[in-house]
Design a protein around this ligand. Structure first.
Ligand code: HEC
Length: 292
C-alpha cells in the first residue's frame, strides 16, 4: 500500500487551478469578489473532503486485509513526512525485488524495460489538459466568450468612441489660441503634401504660389510668422483666389491649420531657405520683420 496525498495538498492544488482558470477567462483579479468564484471554490473543497473520506474508508478496508508484517511496514511508511516520501520516490532507485515486479520481458544489449506507473501529477496534468482543450474548443467555436474577434471589435468600438468623445470635447484651435509646437511639424507636413504642394512646391520652394521658405511675404496681416500663416490659410488671400480660404471653406480644421502652420514656420525659420539658385521661386512681396 502506498502513502496517500494529504487532503490539504489536494485542496491547495484545486484552488490554484481554479485561480488560474478564472484569471484566464476574466483577465483580471476582479473575480475574487464574485460569489461564483467562491461558490466553485467551496464546492470543490467539499468534494475534495468527501473524496478523501472515501479514500480513508478504502484504506481501512485494505489495511484490515494485510498480514501482520505488511501492517507494520505500512505504519512505518506512514511515519515519513509526505514531502520527504515524495522526494524519495522521485529520486530513490527501486529495490531489486520491486524492479523484478515491473520488469517487462524483453530487452536489448542488456538494457531492460520497466513498466513504471506514470506519476500522478503527470496524469492529473494530462487529463486537466484534455478537459481544458474540450472546453476551450467549444467556447472558441460556438461562443463569443474570450474570443479574439469579438474582443477586437469591442476594443475598436471603445477606442473610436473615446476618440469621438475627445474631438467633441476639444474645440479646434483658433487663431487666438493656436500655438507653434515642434510636435506638430510632422502632421503639418502631411497636410502640406496633400493640399499645398501642388502650388507651393516640394518643401515650400514655390511655384504657382509664392516661395514659403524665404523672408519676403505678400500677405502680412499678423505680427508673428506663425499667426500670419494661420491667418492666410484660414482666410485665403484677398488678392488672389487661387489661395483659397482653407479654414473658412471648411476644407481644413483648426487642428490641420495649426499643424500646417507649424510646418511652414519650420521650413521658414528652422531650415535654410530654398533660393532661386537652388530651384526656389524668386522672392515676392516685401521683406518681413516678424515679432518673436
Ligand atoms: C491652387 C494653388 C494653391 C494652393 C493649393 C495653395 N496655395 Fe497658398 N498661395 C497660392 C498663391 C497664388 C498665393 C499668393 C497669394 C497672393 O498673391 O496674395 C498663396 C499664398 C500663400 C501664403 C502667403 C504667402 C505670402 O507670401 O503672402 C501662404 C502662407 C500659403 N499660401 C500657404 C498655403 C498652404 C499652407 C496651403 C495648403 C493648405 C496652400 N497655401 C495651398 C496658391 C495656392
Amino acid at each position: 500500500m502506498k502513502q496517500r496525498t494529504p487532503v490539504y495538498i489536494t485542496i491547495l492544488v484545486i484552488l490554484v487551478i481554479l485561480f488560474i482558470v478564472y484569471f484566464m477567462f476574466v483577465q483580471s483579479t476582479s473575480f475574487l469578489t464574485s460569489p461564483y468564484f467562491w461558490g466553485t471554490a467551496v464546492i470543490s473543497v467539499i468534494l475534495a473532503l468527501i473524496h478523501h473520506a472515501i479514500g480513508d474508508l478504502i484504506e481501512n478496508q485494505k489495511f484490515s486485509k494485510l498480514n501482520q508484517a505488511e501492517k507494520a511496514q505500512y505504519l512505518e511508511l506512514r511515519k515519513t513526512p509526505y514531502f520527504k516520501g515524495l522526494y524519495q520516490s522521485a529520486f530513490q532507485k527501486q529495490s531489486n525485488t520491486e524492479e523484478k515486479d515491473i520488469l517487462i520481458d524483453h530487452g536489448f544489449d542488456g538494457i531492460m524495460e520497466l513498466d513504471n506507473q506514470l506519476p500522478k501529477w503527470w496524469l492529473g496534468l494530462f487529463w486537466f489538459g484534455v478537459a481544458y482543450c474540450i472546453v476551450y474548443i467549444l467556447a472558441y467555436s460556438f461562443t463569443d466568450f474570450a474570443h479574439q474577434t469579438s474582443e477586437y471589435d469591442a476594443e475598436y468600438k471603445a477606442q473610436t468612441a473615446s476618440i469621438a468623445e475627445y474631438i467633441k470635447n476639444t474645440p479646434p484651435p483658433t487663431i487666438e489660441n493656436a500655438t507653434y509646437s515642434p510636435d506638430n511639424i510632422a502632421a503639418g507636413e502631411e497636410v502640406f503634401k496633400t493640399n499645398c504642394v501642388s502650388c507651393h512646391g516640394e518643401g515650400g520652394k514655390g511655384g504657382i504660389g509664392p516661395n514659403l521658405t524665404d523672408n519676403s511675404w505678400i500677405n502680412q496681416p499678423e505680427k508673428t510668422l506663425f499667426k500670419n500663416v494661420f491667418h492666410v490659410v484660414e482666410n485665403g488671400s484677398p488678392n488672389n483666389p487661387a489661395m483659397q480660404a482653407w479654414g473658412k471653406n471648411g476644407v481644413l480644421t483648426g487642428f490641420d491649420i495649426q499643424n500646417v502652420a507649424a510646418y511652414v514656420y519650420h521650413i521658414n525659420q528652422e531650415v535654410q531657405p530654398i533660393t532661386p539658385a537652388q530651384g526656389g521661386a524668386a522672392p515676392q512681396g516685401t521683406v518681413a520683420h516678424w515679432e518673436k
